[in-house]
Design a protein around this ligand. Structure first.
Ligand code: ADP
Ligand code: MG
Length: 343
């Protein structure tokens, strides 16, 4: 039995990671959560409430739990201040981590630096500007009738809004104190796809592609993006897989740990990268496990035992057209194509 300490265990990404390890067997989980909500939401075998403000306090608390509970691996489950502290102070932790190199991680957390790296590497990217001032908005509106504003940092569509109005865009930036901290891109379609990858010293060991069929509760957010995937399905697409790999290699010479990629399609059906997702799995990790590839288990084995823990690479191994539907208060369902498409 190995022990994994999961920071941010009590919400979507952490819960689904925990469920993967429970299904796999052989892993004891310890949840560390900064809020009461997530502490109570956690399904870890042992739970700790750890509110913190100073990064040193968080590291000390994690190390204390590591010593008391003989922890083998520390995993930060969500894009959060906690994940950044873990990544920045990984050398001070008294248990193993498996993370992208710190400079790669920080570049991938910044959507503008990501866009620049993709662009410089010659990948096809959505036309995008960093919005330092109104002139930048005017520049992008000269080229596109409708734009997509969003924060450089964050997840789940942080700060995002589509608009065709320069005045509205400027007001949005004012309201969010966003000048210098937002990008503006050509507005793409609502069709998206996503790549999950597990890497070791530059080698891609496991991967899976999915198509999101929509954002759940989209009507509750200004942009329609909630970060909560509604229906989704496994897909097989050799070109998209190659593009995801190339995009990730454009951000890192030696991808290591978990690194995924999100694509949004143009109205003409061309998938363009909008995000390289570092260091943690998407909440749909449990869908992928149920569809045939337990990435969380592979990740933990890799972190604890190194490359030899895994056999040959498993590249997009899940049968395509397996569907997954989920939502708040419902248990997720795995469905075949015909079961999903009832008329
Ligand atoms: N330029 C764009 N045009 C239209 N929709 C976009 C654009 N960029 C992002 N989106 C939408 O926002 C979602 C989240 O974007 P993503 O790049 O994955 O960042 P994050 O997940 O960190 O918010 C995408 O899946 C897509 O639905
Ligand atoms: Mg994303």
């Amino acid at each position: 039995m190995r022990t994994v300490l999961i920071v941010n265990s009590g919400d979507g990404t952490g819960l689904n990671f925990t469920r993967c390890l429970k299904d796999a067997g052989g892993w004891r989980t310890i949840g560390v959560d900064p809020t009461l909500e997530d502490y109570h939401g956690s399904e870890a075998d042992v739970r700790h409430l750890v509110p913190w403000t100073d990064s040193g306090d968080l590291i000390e608390a994690i190390n204390r739990i590591c010593a008391e509970q003989t922890v083998d691996l520390v995993y930060g489950a969500d894009t959060s201040a906690e994940l950044l502290v873990i990544s920045e102070h990984r050398d001070q932790l008294e248990a193993v981590t498996l993370l992208p190199r710190l400079d790669d991680h920080l570049r991938m957390e910044d959507k503008w630096l990501t866009w620049r790296a993709l662009s410089e590497a010659g990948r096809t990217v959505p036309d995008t500007v960093l919005v330092d001032g109104p002139a930048d908005l005017a520049r992008i509106f000269d080229r596109h009738p409708r734009i997509w504003l969003r924060r450089r940092h964050g997840s789940a569509g942080a700060g995002s809004i589509p608009t065709s109005s320069l005045a509205f865009a400027a007001a949005w930036l004012d309201e969010h104190h966003g000048w210098g901290d937002f990008t503006a891109a050509q507005c793409l379609s609502t069709r998206t796809a996503t790549f999950s990858g597990l890497w070791f010293d530059g080698e891609l060991l496991c991967s899976q592609l999915r198509e999101r069929l929509g954002w759940r509760y989209g009507a509750l957010s200004a942009s329609g993006v909630t970060g909560i995937t509604g229906g989704q399905r496994t897909i097989s697409d050799v070109d998209l897989h190659a593009e995801a790999e190339a995009c990730i290699r454009a951000l890192s010479t030696t991808p290591h740990g978990i690194i995924g990629a999100d694509f949004t399609f143009t109205e003409d059906g061309v998938p363009l990268p909008t995000e390289i997702q570092p260091a943690r799995f998407y909440s749909s990790i449990y869908f992928i496990a149920r569809a045939g590839l337990n990435l969380a288990e592979a990740y933990c084995a890799l972190a604890c035992d190194g490359r030899d823990a895994l056999g040959p690479a498993q590249i997009n191994p899940c049968a395509p057209d397996q569907y997954w539907v989920k939502g708040v208060d419902m248990l997720p369902r795995l469905l075949s194509r015909s079961d999903y498409n009832v008329s």
